[in-house]
Ligand binder design. Structure first.
Ligand SMILES: Cc1ncc(COP(=O)(O)O)c(C=O)c1O
Length: 461
């Protein structure tokens, strides 16, 4: 690796230290470490300001599905900038890109979804969905049904309401969250939460029974919706056990609780189907999505809702005058045009087929890491996965948090030209751009191997 920084890079690193407040960053640590600055990219690779080319094995933040040099998206943005750089969707106004994108989203959405509400990010999608749950039950004359359920270790974003749903302490500590009425239920992570001697099916039944008991204890008439990522991403890439979602949905249906599928990571092919809902037989009342919707080339997200909810919104709006929520940039024409072109590329390039094909190599390679001395659990689906690092494979004993072992792997990976991410529970994430080829998958996992070996040698030496 080339570690001699040109002067301009040094200067901009100093300027960064001086002026930039970084999200999800240890602020005092940043004063020592400085920024890791990316200056360009091509395909699945990004280039840093020191001249290194790295495999972007996290697709940025689980989002750059088409990699870093898709000219069709650049052209779509330019064409729309020239035609109409801005307009909005308030008060009956509309634009052609927003109309076409909404139609396409409904066309590809799971059965029963009939409208799209365009926003700018995943957090905004989740926040809007929370407001819609409340609006829906008010319109139905069930104003007590306002509490929400999310899972421990879930990630639903950072705004005050979405950040309250998020079940990860590091995203709440110091911010007085949760700030709305949220109940967190058990994480469907058999490897870590299954009891001794408990089969996966028994584990699933137990946590679904516990969920129902929580609902009964809290009073089902006070609970509006259950929010869930089909595969929990930022919490550690936690793959649900077989039939977990069918069983959860049966409980929710019994108690008239809506199912909101947070597809911000899973949506648009990540699990090998268009939606995580398709992969796990989820019949959602609402979907939140973002990220791969535009391959992250423009900030855009959406809330997709069922006709049943839409009908209630119409009756609510008859009472209240307007459906009083939305954002200046929601459905921005340039972002919508780029999202539409992203969906065109998925279709033209048979992206789902591609993911299913290369996923075979991805899953084979990830599975082989199960025998690595540092890896307790190696898991994945489609093109998303993780390794869970343990001190003792037979007892699943974890490393002391102070060892920061996943962060050590992340740092070692960088030395081997690989960008990965440390996840809660000593997880190390794998989430490459969907365009990755079989050869590149093998090369990427060879680099993971080197990173794990480096840390293992250090720990055992
Ligand atoms: C499942 C899920 N929901 C919501 C969000 C929040 O999205 P954003 O960062 O665009 O606000 C994320 C971000 O990673 C996510 O993974």
């Amino acid at each position: 690796m080339n570690n001699s920084a040109p002067n301009s890079a040094n200067t901009s690193a100093d300027t960064d230290r001086k002026y930039v407040l970084h999200p999800f960053t240890n602020l005092s640590g940043h004063e020592d470490l400085g920024p890791f600055t990316i200056v360009g990219g091509e395909g699945i690779y990004v280039d840093d300001d020191k001249g290194n080319r790295l495999v972007e094995a996290m697709s940025g933040l689980w989002c750059t599905s088409l990699g870093f040099s898709e000219s069709r998206l650049v052209d779509a943005a330019m064409a729309q900038f020239k035609k109409l750089p801005y307009s909005h969707l308030f008060s009956h106004r509309s634009t052609q890109p927003a109309i076409e994108l909404s139609e396409r989203l409904v066309e590809i959405a799971p059965e029963g979804i009939s409208r799209a509400f365009l926003v700018n990010s995943g957090s905004e999608a989740v926040d809007s969905a929370i407001k819609m749950v409340w609006y829906y039950f008010n319109a139905l004359g069930l104003p007590k049904k306002k509490r929400l359920i999310a899972r421990k270790r879930s990630y639903h974003g950072v705004t005050v309401a979405a950040g309250s749903l998020t079940g990860l302490p590091y995203a709440q500590n110091g911010f007085d969250l949760p700030a709305i009425d949220v109940m967190h239920c058990e994480t469907p992570h058999y490897y870590r939460n299954g009891r001794d001697g408990e089969s996966e099916a028994e584990f699933t039944d137990r946590i679904v029974n516990e969920l129902e008991q929580q609902i009964l204890d809290a009073d089902p008439d006070t609970i509006g919706a259950f929010f869930a990522e089909p595969v929990m991403g930022a919490g550690g890439v936690l793959i649900p056990p077989a039939h977990y979602f069918e069983k959860v949905q049966a409980v929710l249906k019994k108690h008239n609780i809506l199912f909101v599928a947070d597809e911000v990571i899973c949506g648009f092919g990540r699990t090998g189907n268009m939606w995580g809902c398709d992969t796990y037989n989820i019949k959602p009342d609402m979907i939140t999505c973002a990220k791969q919707l535009s391959s992250a080339y423009q900030p855009i997200g959406a809330v997709l809702i069922s006709e049943r909810m839409y009908d209630a919104f119409v009756s609510g709006s008859n009472t209240h005058g307007v459906f009083g929520t939305g954002n200046t940039y929601g459905g921005h024409p340039v972002a919508s045009a780029v999202a539409l072109e992203t969906l065109n590329i998925y279709r033209d390039d048979n992206m789902l087929e591609h993911v299913r094909t290369v996923s075979k190599t991805f899953m084979k390679r990830i599975g082989e890491f199960g025998s690595h001395p540092l890896v307790g659990d190696a898991r994945g689906i489609g093109l998303i996965g993780a390794f869970e690092l343990v001190k003792d494979k037979s007892t699943k004993e974890q490393f002391p948090p102070s060892d920061k072992v996943a962060a050590q792997v992340m740092a070692a990976a960088r030395q081997h030209g690989l960008i990965t991410r440390a996840l809660p529970g000593d997880g190390v994430g794998v989430c490459p751009p969907l365009i990755i080829t079989e050869t590149q998958i093998n090369d990427m996992f060879d680099r993971y191997q080197l990173a794990l070996d480096t840390v293992h040698q250090k720990l055992s030496g």
